[in-house]
Design a protein around this ligand. Structure first.
Ligand SMILES: NC(=O)c1ccc[n+]([C@@H]2O[C@H](COP(=O)([O-])OP(=O)(O)OC[C@H]3O[C@@H](n4cnc5c(N)ncnc54)[C@H](OP(=O)(O)O)[C@@H]3O)[C@@H](O)[C@H]2O)c1
Length: 261
């Protein structure tokens, strides 16, 4: 991918775009896209998606799809993408970018030995691991090697993918599994540019949930988990993401953290 990494006629799909980091990615990426680019914003909250769409520049074709990614099948996801592509299909674009951003934090009250309910594991992994894997497969089937479209896959990862934290067994293991999936995908697909971006601690609902839980926790380690750590704005972390993409110094599939040099 050239320095003009977001230029040209681009198809951009962002999951979890109804708020937080996903919304900011839409807002910061959209002005860099070429004329007639198409943006597809996915999450459950239709109003949040519309609020994000309203913030994007005119001149782009912006679509929203209210989808519960924990239950959507490959067939349904394919329909959502094909519907917005229309008759002109995938070939009309120079670049196709998918940002796997949607995620949930999971139950923060359980230690690993208390995680004995298969249904809760299943539900958590459905959204956080299986859904990005399935969506990615669908996306690659549409924008395949023969489409000649430059492809960029961004998985929004976390420091928790590499660093264990007490009571975060669902989140840490899910982030690690999801990141490794995209690493395997990267080695299998050398023609696709893959980035696992860890955004740092960012001021969003998800971080507020962690703060609330840790402040009420009984054990000191958990209490100190996020205490006194600087918190980034969504703008700060997405500016850094854009810089990482622009410099293109990473090997496809790498884990790049906000704080990496
Ligand atoms: N904030 C941080 O400090 C931090 C740190 C490291 C990594 N991250 C990662 O950054 C990404 C974004 O997180 P955030 O902080 O912006 O969290 P957030 O504000 O809670 O946003 C999460 C997004 O995921 C969507 N989502 C959740 N469940 C969904 C479902 N079942 N189907 C479809 N969409 C769903 C939500 O939309 P709806 O509710 O509308 O569906 C929302 O748009 C996540 O991958 C997170 O793990 C965040």
């Amino acid at each position: 991918m050239s320095a003009a990494y977001l230029s040209g006629k681009v198809f951009l799909l962002i999951t979890g775009a109804s708020q937080g980091i996903g919304r900011q990615i839409a807002q910061s990426f959209a002005p860099l896209l070429g004329n007639d680019s198409l943006v597809l914003l996915i999450a459950r909250n239709a109003r949040g998606l519309q609020e994000t769409a309203d913030k994007l520049p005119r001149g782009l074709s912006v679509h929203t799809a209210s989808v519960d990614l924990s239950t959507a099948t490959a067939h349904e996801l394919k329909d959502v993408i094909n519907k917005v592509l229309g008759a002109a299909g995938a070939m009309q674009f120079e670049k196709a970018i998918v940002v796997h951003n949607a995620a949930s934090i999971g139950d923060l009250t359980k230690s690993t030995v208390a995680m004995t309910d298969f249904n809760i594991w299943q539900e958590y992994y459905d959204l956080n691991v299986f859904s990005p894997a399935v969506l990615n497969g669908v996306f690659m089937e549409i924008f395949n090697d023969y489409s000649k479209v430059l492809r960029l896959v961004i998985n929004i990862s976390s420091y928790s993918a590499v660093q264990p934290y007490k009571f975060m067994g669902y989140y840490c293991s899910g982030k690690a599994a999801r990141e490794m999936f995209f690493k395997v995908f990267a080695v299998e697909n050398p023609n696709v540019n893959v980035l696992n971006y860890s955004p740092g601690p960012v001021d969003t609902d998800m971080l507020h949930a962690v703060h609330t839980y840790t402040s009420e926790a009984q054990d000191e380690d958990t209490k100190n988990l996020v205490k006194n750590r600087p918190v980034l704005t969504t703008e700060q972390t997405v500016i850094r993401l854009l810089e990482v993409l622009k410099l293109q110094k990473y090997k496809s599939g790498s884990h790049i953290d906000y704080y990496n040099n």
